[in-house]
Write a protein that binds this ligand. Structure first.
Ligand SMILES: CC(C)(COP(=O)(O)OP(=O)(O)OC[C@H]1O[C@@H](n2cnc3c(N)ncnc32)[C@H](O)[C@@H]1OP(=O)(O)O)[C@@H](O)C(=O)NCCC(=O)NCCS
Length: 232
């Protein structure tokens, strides 16, 4: 998506950061700066992020995702995956870290392996948001929302908490601008992905009539769209 005139339009989600009861959610640099004591370098953060993402994007976790995102991931593949998302001016990648645990270890004793293990242990999930211009409005956007959790954290209500926090941040962002900024959030979910549907419905998303028939899995699974309208 890079290379279009969208590069001139700043992302509405730039600098997105929010906290929930159990999670701290923000972009790559501030997330990984936590484990980057001393040698502050973007390249080291990306290297650490690649290792962490490679452990998260297992075959099981990526099964409901589009075919070209299916795992497994080596750190090199994860690095390219991150670079593609971060390099797209209208895509935002957020990292959800458990607030408890995973603090930066003692600077004198730590090494790359310790950092990777500490960061992986506290990395709960990812949010991927794509911004599209809203019809009839140059300034408002529609967001397409994706998310995933590391399998260690499934079934604890954390995906619901993550989406709730993201929606709250979007509402707050709208309150900062008289015309509003984010018109709607849409989540596309494979029909068989009952947990993900439940997460969206619990957060106020409603199934869109005339559902998308787009195929997104090797089994030609149908996708259902759920929408949360934030502005009328
Ligand atoms: C989808 C995903 C994010 C859900 O994570 P999670 O930790 O299970 O989510 P939560 O615990 O917050 O909530 C899941 C809800 O679905 C329900 N649920 C889980 N499995 C279910 C099933 N097979 N059938 C019906 N409901 C189910 C849970 O009971 C819970 O609802 P409740 O709070 O009312 O009890 C996680 O499984 C994941 O990362 N999957 C792989 C990637 C993915 O599918 N991403 C979404 C793409 S659209």
């Amino acid at each position: 998506m890079a290379g279009t005139d969208r590069e001139d339009v700043p992302s509405i989600l730039r600098g997105c950061r929010f906290e929930t009861e159990r999670l701290l959610v923000q972009e790559l640099e501030p997330t990984f700066a936590r484990w980057d004591v001393g040698a502050s370098s973007g390249e080291r953060s990306l290297g650490l992020a690649s290792g962490v993402v490679a452990t998260m994007l297992t075959e099981e976790v990526t099964r409901p995702l589009p075919p070209h995102w299916q795992g497994p991931y080596s750190p090199e593949r994860a690095k390219q995956w991150i670079a593609d998302l971060v390099g797209d001016p209208m895509t935002t990648l957020l990292f959800a870290v458990a607030k408890e645990g995973g603090s930066a270890p003692d600077e004198t004793t730590r090494g790359d392996a310790e950092d990777l293990s500490t960061a992986s242990a506290s990395m709960v999930g990812l949010v991927i948001a794509f911004e599209l211009p809203e019809e009839d409005s140059a300034s408002r956007r529609c967001l397409r929302l994706g998310y995933l959790l590391s399998q260690n954290f499934w079934g604890q209500g954390l995906a619901s908490e993550l989406v709730k926090g993201f929606v709250s941040w979007c509402r707050q962002r709208n309150a900062e601008e008289p015309q509003g900024a984010i018109a709607s959030i849409v989540g596309g979910v494979a029909r068989t992905n009952l947990a993900s549907k439940r997460v969206l419905v619990k957060n106020g998303f409603r199934a869109v009539c005339g559902e998308s028939q787009e195929a997104h899995s090797p089994e030609d699974q149908e996708e259902e769209e759920f929408c949360l309208q934030l502005l009328s």
